[in-house]
Design a protein around this ligand. Structure first.
Ligand code: KIV
Length: 280
């Protein structure tokens, strides 16, 4: 697709239904992102997310999108400690959730991890720029590559990721001039999330673009729906209907077979004295 200059469509997903919607929509790739920490579990960041959580959600996504390229996101401390830990945990994604690739954050400093996973026969996506797992070192969720020095560091990281054998790379929140340069420099596909229009494809976080996650919205997000609003309106209407006893309606019930109902009424009448049942 990079060679054909056919833009790659890429979305996060954390569950079966959303993955099936993405597949129906013709999405090229799905990331089971550790952003599920915020979007699904309500944590204030991605740090607490565990391998077990990632595996459960990746399995659900795989079932929802059996024919789409699915990438499992390696959570904090699943690869930072050693090459061996990186291989074992990447392997869990492939063995248990049947993903097509794994993603890990970092450039030069995780090159040996990428190499080790690739050497074990697995596909890897690199992720540089604003890397949420190291956001405290970056001074928060801040765009990267906005100065010459930082831009050069992004280029160096991108080259290290490709050199280590990654099959593709994701650039997060870096200026379009820097991502365009990296896109031209690398032979592997370069995906963007907040890295401008000049990349080989675009990623958005599904909870942002559908308007499910409302705590904050990064600048690079385009809203395609207002699901939180629609859901809250629907739930409010349900509460109102139950309180007003207008739900359920006759069409929502399972009526008894008529002759069985007559027998049931006779039985109730005979039981009345014994059990104190009320008139219906
Ligand atoms: O977890 C995720 O969704 C990600 C994106 C922020 C790129 O890693």
């Amino acid at each position: 697709m990079k060679q054909r200059q056919d833009p790659i469509t890429f979305i996060t997903s954390y569950d079966y239904p959303t993955a099936s919607f993405a597949e129906k929509a013709g999405m090229d790739m799905i990331l089971v992102g550790d952003s599920l920490g915020m979007c699904v579990y309500g944590y204030d960041g991605t740090m607490p997310v565990t391998m077990d959580q990632m595996i459960v959600h990746s399995e659900a996504v795989r079932r929802g999108a059996p024919n789409t390229f699915v990438i499992g996101d390696m959570p904090f401390l699943s690869y930072q400690t050693s090459d061996e830990a990186a291989v074992v945990n990447a392997g869990r994604f492939f063995k248990e959730a049947k993903v097509d690739a794994v993603k890990l954050e970092g450039g030069v400093r995780v090159a040996s991890r990428i190499l080790a996973i690739v050497d074990a026969g697995m596909l890897v996506m690199g992720h540089i720029g604003l890397t949420p797992q190291s956001s405290s070192q970056l001074g928060g969720f801040k765009a990267q590559g906005r100065t010459l020095e930082s831009a050069k560091a992004q280029v160096e990281d991108a080259l290290a990721v490709q050199e280590a054998g990654a099959a593709m790379i994701l650039l997060e929140a870096i200026p379009p001039e820097v991502s365009a340069y990296i896109r031209d420099l690398l032979s592997i596909p370069v995906l963007s999330i907040g890295a401008g229009p000049h990349c080989d494809g675009q990623l958005l976080i599904v909870s942002d673009m559908l308007g499910v996650f409302e705590a904050f919205t990064p600048k690079f997000v385009k809203r395609y729906a207002e699901v939180a609003k629609i859901s809250t309106e629907a739930l409010t209407a349900y509460v109102r209907d139950v309180k007003a006893r207008v739900f359920p309606e006759p069409r929502h019930i399972y009526p008894m077979i008529p002759e069985e109902l007559s027998k049931f009424k006779e039985w109730i009448a005979s039981e009345k004295g014994k059990r104190g049942l009320q008139e219906y």
